[in-house]
Design a protein around this ligand. Sequence first.
Ligand SMILES: Nc1ncnc2c1ncn2[C@@H]1O[C@H](COP(=O)(O)OP(=O)(O)OP(=O)(O)O)[C@@H](O)[C@H]1O
Ligand SMILES: CC(=O)N[C@H]1[C@@H]2OC[C@@H](O2)[C@@H](O)[C@@H]1O[C@H](C)C(=O)O
Length: 382
Amino acid sequence: MTGAGPVWALGLMSGTSLDGVDAALLDTDGETIAGIGPTLFRPYGADERAVLRRALADARGLDDRRARPGALAEAERIVTDTHAEAVRDLVAAAAEAGIAPQVVGFHGQTVFHAPARRLTVQIGDAGRLAAACGLRVVHDFRAADVAAGGQGAPLVPIFHRALAARAGLSLPAAVLNVGGVANVTLIGADGRLAAFDTGPGNALIDDAVLAATGRPYDDGGAIAASGRVDGTALAALLAHPYFAAPPPKSLDRDAFDVGPVAALPFADKVATLTAFTAAAVAAGLRLAGAPAATVVVVGGGARNRKLLAMLAARTGATVVPAGDAGFDGDFVEAQAFAHLAVRRLRGLPATFPGTTGVPAPTVGGDVATPEGAHSPTPSTSP
Ligand SMILES: Nc1ncnc2c1ncn2[C@@H]1O[C@H](COP(=O)(O)OP(=O)(O)OP(=O)(O)O)[C@@H](O)[C@H]1O
Ligand SMILES: CC(=O)N[C@H]1[C@@H]2OC[C@@H](O2)[C@@H](O)[C@@H]1O[C@H](C)C(=O)O
């Protein structure tokens, strides 16, 4: 696949919320979006998620990105096999629509992210996935950026811009992803990109809800809506130096200590953590000097109505849930990895000084083939 026209690509994302595998088909030339195809979500079972949570703990302090101590080896098998299942099922569904993907973009599961140490670790065996699905698999999207001194995240901004163009969004605009961690892309009137992780997304809320109720998240934000935000605890959470640091910047899922909310009644704890996510976004937009205009919210957090209300109140922006902007908010990241896979095959950069702080635009990803060949990221950037 080297022609200039669009091709169908299948993108895969397993995000920091550990909810499951998102899979999506996109028709793209790596620059503009020619078509959006079927999607599929393969949730992790409770047992699988428990292994992934153990793997996150066992990955703390890793210093070799190839090492798989403790639960990491089993977690990597689970990640690979669940993604293979998602690819098989989505390829079958796509065939009925006459769509045959030519390449897979496989993010894997981030288990540790420490760009200051030039280290970011995504687990998932791309060679095994390529063999299982009979397609080329582009993977390890973050490594080249981090090796070159970038944050290795966020990677989606170049895709957010393509989506904004397709949706006819008036610029400037912001796209805010609220997954486990939250990240924002600011698209200037001239199309210039700036991006960074704003702070926590749903992960802290999910952890609190899971521990107290056994449920995976605060459905619709109902628990947060029934609680009271504790101003003292919120101020303590916001005292973390991350919020005063200028962008570019990115986060590990477990960067924050929730000690300040530990003693709060459950509903107040959830309300305060939800306000923490919203206040962190507001602080980030202020720091970036971004005008409060339109913020399109994508990712699972767009379903948390209390969070959307808090975002509007704290940013002063017009907060638009994904669907209202014509985006499929649950699959933007999976679509982004389809787009980034095609960009990799065409030698187009994935990251830029404004998005990750990398010194020069950088191509991201290695290519694994079904036959077992392996081509690492080209060393030169176009
Ligand atoms: N109905 C809902 N109400 C509230 N929150 C929800 C709802 N549905 C999903 N979520 C939240 O969205 C999360 C999943 O979001 P998403 O799939 O965007 O995250 P992710 O892709 O894993 O994360 P990241 O963007 O950090 O990689 C869930 O863990 C939950 O917190
Ligand atoms: C290291 C890592 O996996 N980061 C994720 C995480 O989840 C959201 C936010 O933090 C973002 O920076 C990134 O994911 C998206 C897909 C990105 O790179 O754009």
